[in-house]
Write a protein that binds this ligand. Structure first.
Ligand SMILES: [Zn+2]
Length: 162
């Protein structure tokens, strides 16, 4: 690793990209997806993966649910994740006692204790950002990148357990 001026290292261990550290990429994604409903479909995996790669920025009590949602996404895909989210919104609207129905997520491993794994083979500051956009190669390509980050996140957290 070279110590060149202008490049930093993110607290997830990744080397900063042209936009900066992961937080800079994350905020740029949140800004762009606000104006792009198709890109916004990946909002939940983006948030879960970002917080699981940077747990010091997350609320600990939500991380377990975020880890399970990310596993569901890696396992069953985006549509399945969106279905679970829609189901939970409907439950909340009907005044269910518990704000989250954990049943669809119960099959997945809980968050391992012991803190962040500290290394991820795919990170947010590795995302391609061209012509001022994350989706300049199309939404499918963007979705594949998010999926790779999600897989890397789950893989590293699972390795904590052993
Ligand atoms: Zn990072």
């Amino acid at each position: 690793m070279t110590d060149s001026p202008g490049t930093g290292q993110c607290d997830c261990g990744a080397i900063a990209g042209p936009l900066g550290v992961c937080a800079d990429y994350y905020h740029a994604i949140l800004a762009e997806e606000q104006a792009d409903p198709q890109m916004y479909r990946w909002h939940a995996p983006v948030v879960c993966a970002y917080l699981l790669q940077h747990p010091s920025r997350a609320h600990e009590k939500y991380l377990d649910g975020q880890f399970r949602r990310l596993q569901l996404y890696v396992d069953k895909g985006l549509d399945a994740l969106l279905r679970v989210a829609a189901h939970q919104v409907a439950r909340n609207r009907h005044g269910a006692q518990s704000s989250y129905d954990m049943r669809p997520l119960a099959a997945y491993a809980p968050l391992p204790p012991g803190g962040s794994p500290g290394y991820f083979r795919a990170t947010f500051c590795g995302l391609p950002f061209r012509d001022g956009s994350f989706v300049s190669d199309g939404h499918l390509a963007y979705g594949h990148h998010i999926e790779t980050i999600a897989e890397a996140t789950v893989e590293s957290w699972r390795s904590v357990q052993t």
